[in-house]
Design a binder for this molecule. Structure first.
Ligand SMILES: [Zn+2]
Ligand SMILES: [Zn+2]
Length: 258
């Protein structure tokens, strides 16, 4: 064999081992996530918020800290970021994706949610901005665009996993967080909590799609769930407006700062 052929053989070996390595690493997508610091008094269910940087409890409130940046690919990361996604195609609702001018910025969210959520006497409307936290630490937003416009014009800017950033860089989900429901957990899983402490579930329950007609004005109902075997009020994310929450919080909300 000439040195050139040996060299080519070595190259193909290298190429083969590279592709093998990259296959292995794509099957373990947890490499860029760090386990949150969790205090001993935090009930297990909150530990599912794997994207938090810390989760603590004072017995009344669970405090969840997060930088709000998604752990999945997005068209809104800088092209230099490993999670940058050169996405073109169909997004939520079958619309062709059209990027908005914003980009993802890390924030310092502090969500304080009641550990023993209770139904409120007066149901407060949800504000614009973060109304809850999802498993990967990305906030949930309500069904409106600012200033209280319907979401219609914004849906085209939802990325591959149906989130997008605000002008201030806050990445958020108004609808089903597709990375969570299709890759990390399932469509019937716990996906996070709203600020009132009530849990948020995906668009399915017991293998069937939940539609808005099965939910109350706040977009939830009470039943047992795998995380709460004695039953709890919970929201469901559905694929039609108002998506996550209806006319306000079912319970009394805690606070969020960033
Ligand atoms: Zn938005
Ligand atoms: Zn349910």
């Amino acid at each position: 064999m000439t040195p050139k052929i040996i060299y080519l053989l070595m190259l193909s070996f290298l190429a083969a081992s590279c592709s093998k390595n990259s296959t292995t690493s794509t099957t373990t997508p947890t490499t860029n996530t760090t386990t949150p610091i969790v205090s001993a008094t935090v009930p297990d269910v909150y530990k599912k918020i794997y994207g938090a940087t810390s989760i603590t409890s004072d017995g009344t409130y669970i405090t969840i800290k997060s930088n709000g940046a998604p752990d999945h690919k997005s068209s809104y990361y800088a092209t230099s970021n490993a999670l940058y996604d050169n996405f073109s195609g169909t997004t939520f609702g079958g619309y062709n994706f059209a990027k908005n001018p914003n980009s993802i910025a890390e924030k310092s969210y502090i969500f304080k949610i009641p550990v023993a959520p209770k139904v409120a006497t007066n149901h407060l409307p949800t504000p614009l901005g973060a109304i809850g936290v999802s498993l990967n630490g990305v906030p949930f937003f309500n069904q409106y665009a600012g200033p209280n416009q319907p979401l219609t014009g914004e849906i085209v800017s939802f990325d591959r996993y149906w989130g997008h950033p605000a002008p201030t860089g806050q990445y958020h989900y108004h609808v089903e967080p597709l990375y969570l429901t299709t890759i990390k957990v399932t469509k019937s899983s716990l996906l996070g909590f709203l600020l009132d402490g009530f849990p948020v579930y995906g668009p399915e329950e017991n293998g069937a799609l939940v539609d808005n007609s099965k939910l109350d004005a706040y977009h939830g109902h009470t039943s047992v769930t795998s995380d709460f075997p004695s039953g709890i009020y919970h929201y469901h994310i559905t694929n039609t407006d108002p998506y996550i929450n209806g006319s306000g919080y079912y319970g009394t909300p805690g606070t969020v700062s960033q």
